[in-house]
Design a binder for this molecule. Structure first.
Ligand code: AQP
Length: 353
């Protein structure tokens, strides 16, 4: 084999309502990539119990994220849509990766530090090992490209470290079973079983920021609902949240450079650009010199136009759980067949009888 087959993998946790950051950082990219490569999109339910073990409605959250995937335009027939726990090979490979990865690597993860807070000793072991499971999610399909928001960059670097260590630790065995691929990492030739995944982060809004504080990422767990636009918000709520978004008193600049040091302005222009598939420069060539009192209504109209159909389709799908469950079942069977093949080779490589 001369190179890895291009394969997309990504996932979203079923933890609460999806917001505009998830939509622009993940879902919209997922949809755009469908014409370019084979895609596997997962609802990562095992991840959602790392920070909070007991959920009242994990099943309905899982269905709701699936509905968001489908409503955004993901095709579950041409591609694969499924939930993580239905393919047990994710957890199995994660265990092997727990033995590949080093505790020091995990301790350095910003997301772990943020989520564990001051009381790290009391965080779950699962929260610490989260990136190991994420690496397994991706590599059990030997996926080569992962569309994510900017916040996941560090986890993907760790995925590469895990893949590299596995490839080097088991180099002899990988050669022996004839399932490796010759790649070059930096200047180093490696006979790899697992690919070095490439994050796909680019775009005008790789990190959508809070509408109330341009220095904080838009997030499900922000206590202020005004900080985010939820995919389930109705048109009036979307418009109201944009109207109330924090800004500065200056007019919009005509050049992208003029957004430096103006995080809230930069965020709103980035959102406009991402929602309209334009660049920030292009948006500013139209709105440069205008006040926020003119720009915000245009942004609100755009956001409502883009999000309303997604919102309506999501609601329709959520009312049809049998359809969602059938999509997930079909997806998990197809994903499971690929994962099983990888794990058969991994057993051989590691030497499990
Ligand atoms: N603000 C964001 N901007 C761009 N992309 C984002 N993503 C999340 N927030 C932003 C991307 O959405 C995908 C799914 O992420 P997840 O399921 O891991 O959710 P999350 O990152 O835990 O979402 P939150 O809202 O940030 O949750 P909390 O509040 O719990 O921390 C990923 O591709 C992610 O990059």
């Amino acid at each position: 084999m001369s190179e890895f087959k291009p394969q997309i993998f990504s996932g979203v946790q079923p933890t609460g309502n999806l917001h505009l950051g998830n939509y622009l950082g993940a879902l919209r990219k997922f949809v755009a990539l469908q014409d370019q490569m084979d895609c596997i999109y997962c609802v990562v339910d095992l991840h959602s119990i790392t920070a909070q073990l007991v959920h009242d409605d994990l099943k309905s959250q899982t269905r709701s994220i699936t509905a968001a995937y489908l409503a955004s335009g993901i095709d579950p027939v041409k591609h694969i849509v499924f939930n993580q726990s239905a393919v047990p090979q994710h957890a199995e490979l994660a265990w092997i990766f727990n033995c590949v990865a080093r505790i020091g690597w995990m301790n350095r993860m910003t997301q772990f530090k943020d989520k564990a807070g001051k009381d790290r000793e009391n965080a779950s072991l699962g929260l610490l090992a989260y990136p190991s499971l994420m690496a397994a999610d991706i590599l059990v399909y030997r996926a080569t490209h992962v569309p994510v928001g900017d916040d996941q960059k560090q986890h993907l670097e760790l995925t590469r470290d895990i893949a590299m260590k596995f490839n080097l630790d088991f180099a002899k065995k990988i050669k022996e079973i004839g399932k490796g691929v010759d790649i070059t990492v930096g200047d180093q030739p490696v006979h790899a079983f697992f690919p070095m995944v490439e994050p796909l982060i680019e775009g005008p809004a790789p990190r959508v920021m809070s509408l109330k504080d341009g220095s904080k990422k838009m997030s499900k767990s922000d206590p202020s609902d005004l900080s985010r636009i939820n995919l389930t918000d109705d048109a009036d709520t979307v418009a109201r949240k944009i109207r109330k978004a924090k800004t500065d008193p200056d007019a919009l600049p005509s050049e992208v450079d003029g957004l430096k040091g103006r995080p809230e302005a930069d965020n709103l222009v980035g959102i406009f650009a991402a929602l309209s598939d334009r660049t920030k420069a292009d948006v500013l060539s139209e709105y440069g010199g205008q006040q926020f009192s003119q720009f915000k209504p245009a942004l609100a109209e755009l956001a409502v136009n883009v999000l309303s159909p997604v919102n309506a389709e999501m609601r329709r799908l959520i009312d049809d759980p049998a359809h969602i469950d059938a999509v997930l079942k079909d997806g998990s069977e197809r994903a499971g067949a690929i994962a099983e093949k990888t794990m058969k080779d991994v057993h051989e490589i590691v030497g499990l009888l």
